[in-house]
Design a protein around this ligand. Structure first.
Ligand code: 6GU
Length: 230
């Protein structure tokens, strides 16, 4: 997969890609990330990329022209499956979206700043808009990093068996069950007997039950979604 990230702050978004699973995915050639500094496409030599909004109101809006130049150039070079715009006024990211994006070949991710981008950018170029939750961040960069992490770890061959994505929370609309490691008894706090039993069918059953209980208690809305999908 190739991901082109268009941003006003490339430095802000780069570091998550240099560690752990995202780094491994790049090293293995499973994910190729390109960062594009929007300021390089500025409309003048002073680096202008934003302006006041028509109709008045606080906050600067990213202009059409620099974004048009950047995206148009990329679209000329190759075909993209999606042009994604990170913005809080969009549908929220979930595991299903991450799963479907992980099967794509080429993605553009545009991150907004300030008051966002001129609506005409969204109308002309953007094919998918994604928020990462019901709260406002200062910019879309961290949200883009979150999206990339969620997507890239699902690309086949990125995770080994030991970190398989199949048992993640949300993969089956359930929260993950509790996990324990050694020692089996820490100052009187004991690990549930069943996990030490070696009876794997029973352990699976216990884990499923725990996952259900947790989901009912903490995120009952996920169970509603499950039944409404049928
Ligand atoms: Cl994608 N961008 C910003 N600025 N804030 C957010 C968001 C995105 N998702 C949730 N909050």
């Amino acid at each position: 997969m190739r991901i082109d990230i268009i941003t006003v702050s490339p430095e802000l978004i780069k570091s998550p890609f240099e560690y752990s699973i995202l780094k491994r995915a790049r090293d293995k050639g499973k994910a190729e990330i390109h960062f594009h500094d929007l300021r390089k496409y500025a409309i003048n030599k002073y680096g202008k990329i934003d302006d006041y909004q028509f109709g008045g109101g606080a906050g600067m809006v990213l202009m059409m022209e620099p974004i048009d130049k950047c995206i148009s150039q990329l679209l000329q070079e190759r075909k993209y499956d999606e042009v994604i715009y990170m913005t809080p006024d969009a549908q929220t990211l979930n595991q299903q979206t991450a799963n479907s994006l992980s099967a794509k070949k080429n993605l553009i991710i545009l991150t907004g700043h300030y008051k966002g981008v001129d609506q005409r950018v969204r109308d002309k170029f953007v094919t998918k808009e994604i928020s990462i939750g019901d709260y406002v961040l200062s910019g879309g960069e961290l949200a883009a990093a979150v999206l990339c992490d969620a997507v890239i770890r699902l690309i086949p061959g990125v995770l080994g068996d030991e970190t398989s994505a199949l048992t993640d929370s949300f993969q089956d609309n359930l929260l993950a069950p509790p996990v324990f490691t050694r020692p089996a008894d820490y100052k009187g706090m004991k690990v549930p007997e069943i996990l030490l039993s070696g009876n794997f069918p029973k352990i699976d059953e216990w884990r499923h039950e725990q996952a259900l209980n947790r989901t009912r208690r903490i995120r009952p809305d996920l169970l509603d979604e499950e039944s409404s999908d049928d």
